[in-house]
Each structure stands twice: as structure tokens, then as C-alpha cells.
Design a binder for this molecule. Structure first.
Ligand code: DX5
Ligand code: ZN
Length: 217
């Protein structure tokens, strides 16, 4: 599977999203990771569908919307309309996981399921054949700049083994504490999409993306 760097605009300059997203595109990022937080599912508030709609005409990068919200099913239609390419929903956020993923696909987006560091792969086994991606959180969701939790790599490896055994083709994304050091651990475990917020935006974006990419070659 192709390796992709997915910078999180949670660490961008909130007053200059357009400039920063264009910078990511120039620097060779493949995906923009958009962290939507509602202050309920996690103890932080970020931004909503308006930011997705505003950024859509500015870039052709893939918009990967990470929904850290309760009842993500309520927002599917508006995110699709705003130009989101995929929605990632936490198994912990809805009792209607299968239906929600189905609705995301029906709306024309890629569907992805997310598990927190304390959540077992067991819980998402029933939906692995229908998802385009699994996001394994490598920190507890809510804030950028936290430390990578190495134990989560066991779940990446487990998912990678299931994918092979069952001949499935979902991508595996990791999110939280990804740096030019931890990215190699995630790659070795079987991840191919790497979210990075603080590492990318601290200092020179182009240099930082190159440092991450160098670890994947
Ligand atoms: C955390 C978010 C992440 C965050 C990652 O809840 O889901 O996407 O932006 O930030 P870093 O790379 O700084 O850990
Ligand atoms: Zn995220």
C-alpha cells in the first residue's frame, strides 16, 4: 500500500488555514487530516463543517475528517456536501457503527473506523470488511503534542495480520505523537497513513514532511 503523510491542521495557524494547507500541498503531503472535536466526546473544541467547506476550493488534497464527536451520524450529509473525502468515526462514539459507516459510503465518501488506545481490535472486527481505513489512535484523542503510546503498535500489527489472512484491503492510519522516530515503529507494525500535527508545523513544514518521508523510504 502507498505510504501517505497526513498532516493535522489542529497544529496549523487557525488564522491562516488556507495558507497552511497550500503549504502542505507544496511540501508533498498526500492528505489533510481535519480534527473535528465537539467538547463532549473529547474535552476540546475545534471547528466544524464550515472549515471543510472553506478549504475545499483551495486544494485538491484528500480531506480526511477525524470525527471526535458524539453522534457522528448527524453530520454525514453536510460533510459530504462540503467536500470531505472521508469520515473516520470512533467505535466508542456510536452504538450504530455499521449503519453509520454504511451511510458514509452511501454519501459517496470513504468510511473509516477509529479505536482509542484503550479499545481492542475485537470491537471493530465485524466492520473490517466494509471499511476503507482503520485509524488506530496512538494517543488519547483531544489534543495535539502528546506522547506516542508504543503498546498501540500491537493493534496495528494485529490488524495488518487480519487484513492479510482475510484478504481485505483497508488502509491503516496512526494518529498521535508521530515524529521522525515513531513513524518507523508504525511503519514496521504495518501502518501506511501517518497523521502528524505538532511535528509538521513546528518549524519548517517542508523540511519536517521530508524528514517523515525519508523514514519511509
Ligand atoms: C488528537 C488528534 C490528532 C492530533 C495529532 O486528538 O486526533 O490528529 O492533531 O497531533 P500530534 O501529531 O501533535 O500528536
Ligand atoms: Zn486526528
Amino acid at each position: 500500500m502507498d505510504y501517505k503523510i497526513a498532516p493535522s491542521i489542529l497544529s496549523a495557524d487557525f488564522g491562516h488555514f488556507t495558507r497552511d494547507v497550500k503549504r502542505l500541498e507544496q511540501a508533498g503531503a498526500e492528505v489533510v487530516h481535519i480534527d473535528i472535536m465537539d467538547g463532549h466526546f473529547v474535552d476540546n473544541l475545534t471547528f466544524g463543517v464550515g472549515v471543510v467547506a472553506a478549504l475545499r476550493p483551495e486544494t485538491s488534497l484528500f480531506f480526511d475528517c477525524h470525527m471526535m464527536v458524539e453522534h457522528p451520524e448527524k453530520y454525514i450529509t453536510e460533510f459530504a456536501k462540503a467536500g470531505a473525502d472521508s469520515m473516520s468515526v470512533h467505535v466508542e462514539s456510536t452504538p450504530h457503527l455499521h449503519g453509520t459507516l454504511q451511510q458514509i459510503k452511501n454519501a459517496g465518501m470513504k468510511a473509516s473506523v477509529v479505536i482509542n488506545p484503550g479499545t481492542s481490535v475485537e470491537l471493530i472486527k465485524p466492520v473490517l470488511s466494509m471499511v476503507d481505513m482503520v485509524l488506530v489512535m496512538t494517543v488519547n484523542p483531544g489534543f495535539g503534542g502528546q506522547k506516542f503510546i508504543p503498546e498501540t503498535m500491537e493493534k496495528v500489527a494485529e490488524l495488518s495480520a487480519i487484513r492479510e489472512a482475510k484478504n481485505l484491503n483497508f488502509e491503516i492510519e496512526v494518529d498521535g505523537g508521530i515524529t521522525d522516530e515513531t513513524i518507523s515503529l508504525a511503519k514496521a507494525a504495518g501502518a501506511n497513513v501517518f497523521v502528524a500535527g505538532s511535528f509538521v508545523f513546528k518549524g519548517n513544514v517542508e523540511d519536517n514532511i521530508k524528514k517523515l518521508k525519508d523514514q519511509l523510504n
